[in-house]
Write a protein that binds this ligand. Structure first.
Ligand code: UDP
Length: 236
């Protein structure tokens, strides 16, 4: 576990929402950007996959009668909104940032090209992967697992609102216990809902460890990267 030189950070759309029920809380965005800046300054290369749930999720669209694939594309577009907001917040702090989109949108983002992503990392730029995997029927967790392997990251850092993986929902049950370490198989078998099963399976196949930790603690991203044992570590 840590220290890490190259990481893939997964931020959910909800993380940017703060206490709001929709959209982006500018204070939260600014704080997260500060944390990301500290990571880059420490010399660690950082790719970020960002979700879109604060604006739109495929499942919500299906409930409104939108066809699955179209609803998913709408969700992918929501990740582009978050990507541009995060880029802007990072650049305000002087952090060089590139948005690479899985869905071509040349006016506002570079197309995702793996080798180009790696070049950006080597040059000390933060990369934001927009548009998930670019395919319907997937999630941004799976995009995180995929991009982490593609860019040769050492770990997926899954930032959540809970400080790790628990036996049951700690907000609902006082008996919930936190796991410090888990294997991929345990996460899948116990059906622990941290990331979707496709994402976990992809990490397992590529031997990509995952750290699930609490994003809300200021400086936590850097602490995890330095090797502090925060949250839950998922590995072989
Ligand atoms: N999505 C998709 N393919 C992908 C990534 C995302 O179709 O590769 C769609 C899907 O509809 C999803 C939405 O985009 O509900 C937003 O992503 P996600 O739910 O993963 O965001 P988060 O929960 O992390 O905010």
């Amino acid at each position: 576990m840590g220290p890490y030189k190259r990481v893939l950070l997964k931020l959910s759309g909800e993380a940017l929402m703060g206490d709001q029920s929709f959209g982006i809380d500018p204070l939260v965005l600014d704080r997260i950007s500060g944390d990301i800046q500290a990571v880059l300054n420490s010399g660690t290369e950082l790719g970020i996959v960002i979700g879109g749930g604060n604006f739109f999720r495929g499942l919500a669209g299906i409930e409104q009668g939108i066809e699955r694939a179209s609803a998913d594309y709408m969700g992918m577009l929501a990740t582009v909104l978050n990507s541009l907001a995060l880029q802007s917040a990072l650049e305000r702090k002087g952090v060089p940032t590139r948005v690479l989109s899985a869905i071509e949108m040349r006016a506002l983002a570079e197309p995702y090209i793996r080798r180009r992503a790696i070049r950006h990392l080597e040059k000390g730029r933060v990369i934001i992967f927009a548009g998930g995997t670019g395919n319907p029927y997937f999630t941004t967790d799976t995009a995180a697992a995929l991009r982490a392997s593609e860019i040769g990251a050492e770990v997926v850092l899954k930032a959540t609102k809970v400080d790790g993986i628990y036996t049951e929902d700690p907000k609902k049950s006082p008996h919930a216990q936190k796991f410090l370490r888990l294997t991929y198989a345990e996460v899948l078998e116990k059906n622990l809902r941290v990331m979707d099963q496709t994402a976990i399976a992809l990490c397992r196949e590529n031997d990509m460890p995952i750290v699930v930790f609490d994003l809300m603690g200021e400086g936590n991203i850097l602490n995890v990267i330095r090797g502090e044992s925060l949250g839950t570590f998922v590995h072989h």
